[in-house]
Design a protein around this ligand. Structure first.
Ligand SMILES: Cc1ncc(COP(=O)(O)O)c(C=O)c1O
Length: 335
């Protein structure tokens, strides 16, 4: 299906126009991230791989694109009361950073088991943290309370057209840097990243293939796609702390209608992909960020009908906020 003609009827949360507007709005603030490549990883996969390295984005993850677009879309009056979000990490830091650049306060609701590296990131950008229980009802009720008390505007991590449009700017850069890409593999959780990437990609290059990469222990998107309706999981279990969310009302329609398929991998494959990124690309990628490579190397992809038609594959390395202990490095607390 051709994305742009559909979105003109306001059927989806973003379209190529809103994504181009986002690109112009956030350009002064974001990093244009490089494409990395490795002959060794090309040989291992049997394909040409183009790694869109969003771990070099400000805040250490692509999330800054969407947060920045949302925060700078607000008029002065709205912005003056500050912005609020609930997030396990990367979006939280991104909102805090965007608010700091806009000169307004940010209130961040985080689960108390969020990785330390991500908590530090939010503090570093001046975000005011409120910890909650690690479940959705607790996150939402804490956020509602803060919103009532402060009048801050909610910037949802994925179910927000401004956020989705910001994430879509990745595609504008990627297809300019590597125009011959025929397939894009990107992580999926709440679906903000894949929705923006997909709506832009299918509008610019309708024949492009989009594969979503999901941990088997958080496979709501794979199950929903197979069933043709939104399916919620009762239990989630994955090392990829950024991929523990579930699709929302704005992202599911894009995944249902435009994402070609969702491919799942085991946590062990994600860890192996992190290691391969470190060894071959010389970059520290967090588990959620490395899953695209894990999928590219998986049997799930090699046995998929898309395999034989995929030659030049864009892989979104979505973030690099990884605790060094994963690499066996344990910095002392007082250093
Ligand atoms: C590094 C990283 N990659 C991917 C995702 C998934 O993004 P989305 O929820 O938009 O699907 C997240 C979400 O937090 C993330 O932090």
């Amino acid at each position: 299906m051709e994305a742009e003609s559909q979105t003109r009827e306001q059927k989806y949360a973003a379209d190529l126009t809103s994504i181009k507007e986002a690109e112009a709005r956030i350009r002064p603030f974001i990093n244009k991230t490089p494409i990395l490549s490795s002959d060794a990883l090309d040989a291992l996969s049997g394909k040409r791989l183009f790694f869109k390295s969003e771990l070099f984005q400000r805040g250490g993850a692509y999330k800054f694109r969407g947060a920045c677009n949302a925060v700078f879309s607000l008029d002065d009056d709205q912005a003056s009361k500050g912005v609020l979000t609930h997030s396990s990490g990367n979006h939280a830091a991104a909102v805090a950073l965007a608010a700091k650049l806009r000169g307004v306060p940010s209130y961040i609701v985080m689960p108390k088991n969020a990785p330390q590296r991500k908590v530090e990131n939010v503090k570093q950008y001046g975000g005011q943290i409120m910890f909650c229980e690690p479940n959705l009802p607790s996150r939402e009720s804490t956020a509602a309370k803060v919103m009532q008390e402060t009048g801050a505007v909610l910037v949802h991590p994925f179910n927000d057209g401004r956020v989705i449009s910001g994430q879509g700017t990745i595609t504008l850069e990627l297809l300019e840097q590597a125009p011959n890409i025929d397939t894009i593999i990107a992580p999926i959780s709440g679906g903000g990243l894949i929705s923006g990437v997909t709506l832009a990609a299918k509008a610019i290059k309708p024949a492009i293939r989009i594969l979503a990469a999901e941990p088997i222990g958080a496979n709501d998107a794979a199950l929903s796609k197979a069933a043709g309706k939104l399916i919620a999981l009762q239990e989630i279990n994955t090392v990829a702390d950024g991929l523990r969310g579930m699709l929302g009302s704005l992202t599911w329609p894009v995944v249902r209608d435009f994402v070609d398929d969702v491919i799942t991998v085991e946590d062990s494959e994600i860890i192996e992909a992190m290691k391969l990124c470190y060894e071959n690309l010389k970059v520290a990628v967090e588990p959620s960020g490395a899953i695209g490579l894990a999928v590219a190397l998986s049997n799930g992809f090699k046995n998929h009908p898309a395999w034989k038609d995929s030659t030049n594959i864009g892989i979104v390395l979505s973030g690099g906020n990884v605790d060094l202990s994963v690499y066996g490095i344990h910095p002392k607390d007082d250093e």
